[in-house]
Structures are given as C-alpha cells and as structure tokens.
Design a protein around this ligand. Structure first.
Ligand code: HEM
Ligand SMILES: *[C@@H]1O[C@H](CO)[C@@H](O)[C@H](O)[C@H]1NC(C)=O
Ligand SMILES: *[C@@H]1O[C@H](CO)[C@@H](O)[C@H](O)[C@H]1NC(C)=O
Length: 523
C-alpha cells in the first residue's frame, strides 16, 4: 500500500493533471462496476445496470407504464430499471413493502419531484416515515368522511349539476334528427371531479359545472403543474427546485396572473375565506383538519394536495371506465339493464336530488365489477411510488424464490404489469376487458382463493398499508354514482372511434383529452 501511494505521489508530482484524470476514471469505473454488481442478480433491460438512460427514455416517451410492464413481463416479478432502481409486479411483495409497520421508506427521488413548492411537503410527498405518520393521523378523519355528514349530499349536488349540464347543453332528444353537439367527456369529468373535491374540502364547489367552464384556470393549471414536474423529473433536475433561490425562480409563484401560481393563490384565498366561517361544526375536510391540529402553511399544503390528488385521479378513472363501457356493447347493454331494473325496483323515497344513494348503488353486482375491471385493464394511476430498502437489506420471496434486496436500493411498482398482465392471477385473457371474470365459481376452493387474491390485488390500485390512499372512500362514492346516473339518463356514443381520446402519461398520471361523445336523452 505504501509502495503504491509513493508511486502515485511521485507520478502526481510529475504529471499532476494526468494522474488526477486517471484516478477519476478509475474511481468512476469501479463505482459503476460496484453499482452494477450490487443488483446483478436481478435481470432487466440492457444497459439498466449501468445507466439511467433506459428510464429517461421511458419517461420522455409518455408511456413509461408500458416500458415497466414490458420489463416485468419479460424479466419476472422483480426487474431492474436503473443502476439503483428495481420495480415489481408482485402484489404480495408490494403489500409487504407497504405494510403498516414496514421498514421501507418513501424515496425522495420520486416523491420530492411531486412537491408543488420547493422544500415543502404534504402528506403525499413526506418521505420521513415518522413525520408522515404524524401528519396522516391528523388528516385521516377528514378524509374518511365520518366527520363530514354533508359528504354524500355534496357529491349528489354535483352529480345533479353534471346531469343538468349535459341535458341542457349537449343531449339531443331521443330518436330525433336534431343536430348533435359532441361533448368532450374528458373536460367535463375534470369539471365534475374538481367541483366535488373543492366542495368536500372547502365547503363550496369551484363551480365549473354550473359555468361549463374551467373557472379560475384550475384545469389548465393542473396540466401546467404536471408539465413542470414532468420536465424536471424526466431530465433528472427536480432537485434544482429544492435549491432555495434558484428553485423559487423556476417554480410557479402565487403572484403569477395565470396557471399554476394563480391556482395556488386562489386556493389560499378560499382557505382564508373558509376559515372565517368557523370550523367547530362537522362540515368539510378543512374544518376537520383544523380541529385535529393542522395549522399555518401546513394547512395550505394539505388542502392544495387534496385538490390535486382528488381531481386528476378520479377523472382519469371515470374516463377510463366510460371508454371501456362505450367500446364494449355487450357490457354496455348489460350494465344499462341492471341500472334500469334498479331504478324500476326502487322503493326508497327519492333523495332530494334523486341521485342514487351510495348504500344502494354499491349493491349493484355488475356495476361493481365493471368499475373494478376497467380500472384493472387500465390502471388510472401508474406512478412508480419508489421506496427505499432498509439499511440491512431484505430477503423477499417472489414466485417461490428468495431474492436479496440490498439496503438503500429503490424499488417501485409496475402497475400495468401487476394489474393488467398477470395471467396466473386473472387468466389467459388477462388483458381483455371482461367484467364477468370477477364472477368465479366459489364452490371450488382454489377458485374462491384466487378470487380473494384478485380482490386484494385490485385494491392495490389505491396503494396499501401505511401509505394507502386517503381519498378512496370519496373517489368510490363519486365514481359509482356518476356512472350510474350518466347511463341512467343518457345514451352515449364515441364521436371519433378512430381516436377516441388523446393520452399522455407524466409521473404516473394520465393527461387525457379530446374524448368526444355524442349524447342522446333516454326516454
Ligand atoms: C380513483 C381515484 C384514486 C386513485 C386510483 C388513487 C390512488 C392512490 C394511491 C395508489 C396512493 C398511494 C400513494 C403511495 O403509495 O405513496 C394514494 C395516496 C393518496 N391519495 Fe389517492 N387515489 C385516488 C383518489 C383520491 C382522492 C379523491 C383523494 C382526495 C380526496 C386522494 C388523496 C390521496 C392522498 C392524500 C394520498 C396520500 C396518502 C399518504 O401519503 O398517506 N386520492 N392514492
Ligand atoms: C401474478 O400474481 C400472483 C398471485 O398474486 C403472484 O404470486 C405472481 O408473482 C404474479 N406474477 C408476476 C409476474 O408479477
Ligand atoms: C414531458 O417531458 C418530456 C421531456 O422530458 C417531453 O418530451 C414531453 O412532451 C413532456 N410531456 C408533457 C405532457 O408535457
């Protein structure tokens, strides 16, 4: 060793630049080799062991979820997508990683890119487990709807507004020769989900449906926000936004006149106005958050996160479900028949707005599996949700084999692979939309067992355990009611069957547009 260092020293005194350069090359090469070796027992697409190129290509393509699904399909339930990043399509492994007492942590690499202000966290972006759990505890009651007796009526009012909008602006009378005005279902779904979540969170809907417009540019702002995050994430520069002054300069600001910054300013105004009304009563999420000790800027971060997390996800789900129904006439007819029979058989007094109550709509067996099946074949949220393996590593069992995951490795979810591709779990036609697959013969023990695993896997669409979706209750009430009432009142057809919608994925969320439908009133 001393011999080597004395040689190096004398070399350095003779050729300083050259020696430093070679030392650097040796250092980079050895660390690359070490990085490659650490996970070399886990296969993945070519090049992923030594660089992030493959993943950058996937992200920039706007179809990363397909790249990930291909990887898990080809290389198995755990695949490598970058030198220090794995993905899995195994429902059992993903549940293990996300368990309530899991030693895995959220990876800053993924979650901090989803912050909307540099350096500031909300429950979704918080990577420190203890801080997250503490935050989450204060929010849970507000999200659960138990402290919000107006939750269901708020949703009903917006469903009624949605139906009214379609009836007055777009629906042609049944069997008539009237001209049709195609309606962009993608936009209207976004109006609807944004109105619902603003009313549930802040006590008053933003009013998109009533105005039939993107009031305050919220939707434009959301898209802009996604684009900002997508760019810095795709280019690997999201850390720049965490740098104090530079970060502020490239991030949206509340003094902006339009877009994302304006939306943040509007949200802050709504919060201030809402707080003046008092928060002692059980009413909306904001009141519940305050009663449980959320205050100051944290309150803004959490409410703004609710608006973001609660709108794009639900509207993407609704668009997916509607497109799959409209494009499968057999399913469409069967579902509409179930809805009509339900309406006919209803003995309960109509609610004030005559929107189907949640307790009733959730009993419809076919609607239930149509919703599950559509979200299975096209998961509406396909984020990586990267986690970090605990320091000492973890031995996990996947498909009967033990695999060692070294400490500090990142591992994320291959959602498309998990939900759409798994033929062992869902059968040979796993990639086909067929709601009946959920009706298995439960008198056969293996089938009953498989059905239980199907449900458990499908539930992972909303995450699991420590980080499971806080808005699941709200989302599912919204989705079931909206689908029921849309099909009860109208007939829909896709305006442009050759291109039913435009779709782009960024950071695991789908930007969907131009989903035109022709609507006719049902008699
Ligand atoms: C169909 C619609 C939705 C889907 C598929 C969905 C999916 C998810 C998933 C997979 C997670 C887990 C994230 C992780 O593991 O880090 C999550 C978390 C979360 N979701 Fe949803 N979500 C939906 C609707 C909503 C709605 C309507 C709201 C708000 C009312 C909401 C609020 C949240 C929040 C706050 C978290 C963070 C929970 C935590 O960090 O502990 N989501 N969601
Ligand atoms: C398919 O699902 C089964 C049952 O949940 C699971 O054990 C298996 O690992 C999955 N396959 C892949 C490739 O993810
Ligand atoms: C996302 O970012 C990539 C570049 O990183 C770009 O090519 C793509 O168009 C962006 N997508 C959207 C919807 O802005």
């Amino acid at each position: 060793m001393t011999a080597v260092s004395s040689i190096l020293l004398s070399l350095f005194s003779l050729y300083p630049a050259l020696t430093l350069l070679s030392a650097l090359v040796v250092y980079i090469t050895t660390t690359r080799i070490q990085q490659y070796r650490r996970l070399s027992h886990i296969p993945g697409p070519a090049g992923t062991g030594i660089s992030w190129m493959w993943n950058s290509r996937a992200v920039i393509s706007g179809k990363a979820y397909k790249y990930y699904a291909d990887a898990t399909e080809r290389y198995g339930a755990i695949a490598r997508i970058a030198p220090n990043h794995l993905i899995t399509s195994s429902p059992e492994l993903w549940a293990h990683i996300n368990a309530v007492r899991s030693p895995y942590k959220r990876a800053e690499w993924f979650y901090h890119a989803a912050r909307f202000e540099p350096g500031k966290d909300n429950v979704f972006t918080e990577c420190d487990t203890a801080t997250h759990d503490n935050r989450r505890k204060k929010l849970a009651a507000g999200y659960a709807g138990k402290e919000n007796p107006t939750l269901e009526p708020s949703i009903d009012g917006n469903v009624a507004d949605f139906i009214h909008l379609i009836r007055t602006k777009y629906a042609a009378p049944a069997s008539s020769a009237h001209a049709t005005l195609p309606m962009d279902m993608a936009t209207k779904m976004q109006y609807f989900s944004m109105d619902v979540i603003s009313e549930v969170a802040l006590g008053a809907a933003f009013g998109n449906l009533k105005a039939n417009a993107d009031v305050n540019d919220h939707l434009k702002a959301l898209e802009e926000g996604l684009r900002i995050n997508n760019k810095s994430f795709g280019l690997g520069t999201s850390w720049i936004r965490g740098v104090p002054i530079l970060g502020k300069a490239i991030s949206p600001s509340e003094t902006d006149e339009r877009g994302y910054g304006r939306m943040m300013a509007e949200a802050r105004k709504s919060i201030v106005a809402r707080k003046l009304k008092g928060t002692d009563e059980r009413s909306d999420m904001l009141a519940s958050f305050i009663r449980h000790g959320v205050s100051g800027d944290d309150l803004f971060q959490e409410i703004f996160e609710t608006l973001l997390a609660g709108s794009d996800t639900t509207s993407a789900s609704l668009r997916v479900i509607v497109l799959y129904i409209l494009s499968h006439p057999r399913v469409y007819a069967k579902l509409q028949a179930e809805i009509d029979a339900t309406v006919k058989a209803r003995t309960a007094a109509p609610t004030s707005s005559d929107i189907i109550p949640d307790a009733e709509v959730r009993k419809l067996p076919y609607l239930g599996v149509v919703v599950r099946e559509a979200m299975r074949v096209h998961p509406p949220v396909v984020c990586l949700f990267s986690r970090v393996v605990p320091k000492g590593g973890d031995v996990v069992t996947v498909e009967g084999k033990d695999v060692f995951l070294p400490g500090d490795t990142m591992i994320g979810c291959s959602a498309w692979g998990m939900h759409r591709n798994n033929k062992t779990l869902y059968g040979a036609d796993a990639d086909v939309f067929r709601p009946e697959r959920w009706f298995v013969d439960e008198s056969i023990p293996e089938e009953k067992d498989r059905l239980a695993r199907m449900y458990k896997t499908n539930d992972l669409l909303f995450g699991y355990g420590r980080w499971v979706c806080l808005g699941r209750v709200v989302a599912l009430i919204e989705i079931h009611k909206a689908i029921f009432e849309l099909l009860r009142n109208f007939d829909f057809a896709i305006t442009n069957p050759h291109e039913p919608w435009t779709l782009f994925e960024t950071m695991g969320l789908f930007a969907i547009g131009d989903m035109y439908v022709n609507v006719t009133e049902r008699s």
